[in-house]
Write a protein that binds this ligand. Structure first.
Ligand code: NAD
Ligand code: MG
Length: 388
């Protein structure tokens, strides 16, 4: 890269945030870090701030301010706290912002960064699921570049001929199938949080790991793909590919199919967005096709993984449904991780919330967040009925 670039990382202490900093650590002279943010973990944020020396470190939890300020005393890094400070950090003028907060907690910061009109690397898929139309409209209005970090969407972005979108016939999203791909429904009923977060191919945060086990992650990614690429819902297909080597594919009208392949390491798609439109060196494992030997493909099983069907229906129905799907899922995944309900209850509660709550389509971020709050309340009530 020819010039130094200023960067901000929202959700710096998470799995994607740390992978981003790992890439930056290898080329420190190329980046100025404007802000690093985190939700609650003051010690982890302070440690990153001490080693990466951003101008600003922001902790989401207001009450954690004194602890962060004390931990950063004498470093020259400014400490701030609270939701408003996190949103301000997203608009603090970095050329490139990584959106790696998990959940709709990241929505306002993402909108703030998009309104700034620079480059946003988006990992925070829940924001796009809840407010896809508003986000893409904000990006178009400001001229912001929205680069997908999610490995499947990053793969599609690399294969999609944006100059000739009507030549695309189909997008094929690949799914690993998660840790329960070969489990019976009975065994899934008894699945524990520890089993659900043990993903066979990827190392990720707890919430997305559970989403990968239910396949809700692929459902959220279906909605994500719909907003990122100009094809209809019916042109987005999901195929289970257990090796996670092909990250997704684009089929053209003439029958040509382009795919992006690579080791299952998030640093590869993150590096693509960090260096974009150039490429950077990474130390990631190189693909050894001979060692992999065979690539497999299967149709997803909608009976054992009903979350996938719920997501497709929510996308077809549109309006508030995707935001409700996402909010209910965030609540029940948290309940499952605390062993308050069973694995199969995750999709059934999300389905119940979708069936019982039908507000008008949101036309602003505040309306999305109001629907999000209501859906969370209904989901929490429904989840409270379970006792294991
Ligand atoms: P994680 O749980 O490891 O990290 C989440 C980050 O968000 C942390 O820094 C946390 O402090 C911060 N955060 C959480 N709640 C917050 C709040 N209320 N306010 C402010 N900050 C808050 O999650 P992750 O696995 O890094 O995933 C981040 C996002 O990227 C998710 O949307 C996920 O779906 C997406 N994603 C992750 C991966 C992966 O490999 N981990 C792959 C594709 C997409
Ligand atoms: Mg993904």
């Amino acid at each position: 890269m020819s010039e130094r670039r200023s960067v901000t990382i929202l959700g710096a202490t998470g799995s994607v945030g740390r992978s981003t900093l790992d890439l930056i650590a290898g080329e420190r002279d190329k980046y100025d870090i404007v802000a690093l943010t985190a939700g609650r973990d003051v010690a982890a944020l302070a440690e990153l701030a001490r080693s990466f020396r951003p101008q600003l470190a922001v902790i989401g939890e207001e009450a954690a301010y004194p602890a962060l300020r004390d931990a950063l005393a004498g470093t020259g890094v400014e400490a701030q706290a609270g939701e408003a400070a996190t949103i301000d950090a997203a608009g603090a003028g970095a050329d490139w912002t990584m959106a790696a907060i998990v959940g709709t907690a990241g929505l306002k910061p993402v909108m703030r960064a998009l309104e700034d009109g620079r480059t946003l690397a988006l990992a925070n898929k829940e924001a796009l699921v809840s407010a896809g139309a508003l986000m893409t409209r904000a990006a178009a209005a400001s001229g912001a570049t929205l680069l997908p970090v999610d490995s499947e969407h990053n793969a599609i972005y690399q294969c999609f001929d944006r100059a000739h979108p009507t030549s695309v016939r189909r997008i094929i999203l690949t799914a690993s199938g998660g840790p329960f791909r070969c489990r019976s429904l009975e065994a899934m009923r008894r699945a524990t949080p520890a089993e659900a977060v043990a993903h066979p191919n990827w190392s990720m945060g707890a919430k997305i790991s559970v989403d990968s086990a239910t396949l809700m992650n692929k459902g959220l990614e279906l909605i994500e793909a719909y907003h990122l690429f100009p094809v209809g819902e019916e042109a987005i297909e999901i195929v289970v590919h257990p090796q996670s080597v092909i990250h997704s594919l684009v089929e053209y009208a003439d029958g040509s199919v382009l795919a992006q392949l690579g080791a299952p390491d998030m640093r590869i798609p993150i590096a693509y967005t960090l260096a974009w439109p150039e490429r950077m060196e990474t130390k990631c494992e190189r693909l050894d096709l001979v060692r992999i030997g065979t690539l497999g493909f299967e149709a997803p099983d909608l009976e054992r993984f009903p979350a996938l069907g719920l997501a497709r229906t929510a996308l077809r129905e549109g309006g508030a449904k995707p935001a409700i799907l996402n909010a209910a899922n965030e609540i029940v995944v948290a309940a499952f991780l605390e062993s308050r309900l069973g694995f199969l209850d995750i999709a059934s509660v999300v389905g119940e919330v979708l069936a019982s709550y039908d507000p008008d389509a949101p036309s602003s971020i505040d309306e999305v967040l109001e629907i999000d709050r209501q859906a969370r309340r209904i989901a929490a009530d429904a989840a409270g009925k379970f006792s294991l």
